[in-house]
Ligand binder design. Structure first.
Ligand code: HEM
Length: 206
């Protein structure tokens, strides 16, 4: 009879759903690779075939991040996340919610500013991705608007990196300082969902 409350006591930390965890870790991996590729071609490579190849990968991964982030936003709006751990202070809840909102905004705005930047560099209706897949550009973008969007792209890149540092710092603080010894966070990859996580999907959070 008393089993359910006991389980809740022992596992108050509820995990995100499997699709949410998959979206999170696939996006995280792609964003890290994307930032490295972006700095590589923009700052460190001479013009030439190797740089063009890296740029094509940059556009391809960026377009993938855009599609994934739109799909993830739709999923998120239809699937409330698990509640925060009960002991999480109010200011940390507010910071987490706004950090997550900012990420959704950035992971959609960042690829779009890149696309507008590329649109100002070409007279074609498309820009090629890996395998020659055509990515339609935004029509009517001149060189100066494209350049401006390139500058905005770089500003958003640094904003994203700053938020990433905060996000990772907060996750590590939760994992190792606030809940020492508890290795099960809310977003661990490769871990089965618990009964608690299933229940939490129905209960909403932020
Ligand atoms: C989440 C997705 C993206 C991330 C994290 C990202 C990241 C970056 C980074 C780190 C740079 C180097 C900044 C610098 O030091 O100059 C860069 C430059 C650039 N990226 Fe992206 N990028 C993304 C999506 C895209 C997409 C989808 C496109 C085009 C379709 C694109 C086009 C460009 C261009 C044209 C530049 C050079 C900008 C300039 O220097 O004016 N990016 N990006």
């Amino acid at each position: 009879m008393a089993t359910v409350p006991e389980v809740r006591e022992q596992h108050p930390l509820r995990r995100y759903s499997n699709p949410a965890v998959a979206f999170h870790w696939i996006t995280a991996t792609l964003v890290i690779v994307q930032v490295i590729l972006g700095f590589a071609f923009a700052e460190f490579m001479e013009r030439g075939p190797a740089r063009s190849e890296v740029f094509v990968w940059h556009k391809t991964i960026g377009a993938t991040i855009l599609l994934l982030s739109i799909a993830r936003l739709i999923y998120r709006l239809n699937n409330p996340p698990p509640p925060f751990p009960p002991e999480l202070p109010q200011w940390e809840r507010v910071a987490a919610v706004w950090n997550h909102r900012a990420f959704y905004f950035l992971l959609i705005a960042l690829p779009l500013t890149g696309l507008v930047a590329v649109s100002g560099m070409t007279d074609n209706w498309y820009t090629p991705l890996i395998g020659g897949i055509p990515l339609p550009v935004v029509p009517g973008i001149g060189e100066s608007t494209g350049d401006l969007s390139g500058d905005l792209h770089v500003v958003l890149v640094f904003t994203t990196i700053a938020l990433l540092v905060l996000h990772i710092g907060a996750a590590l603080k939760q994992q190792f300082f606030d809940r020492p010894g508890r290795m099960a966070g809310r977003m661990p990859p490769f871990q089965p969902r618990t009964h608690e996580a299933v229940v939490s999907d129905r209960s909403g959070a932020d």
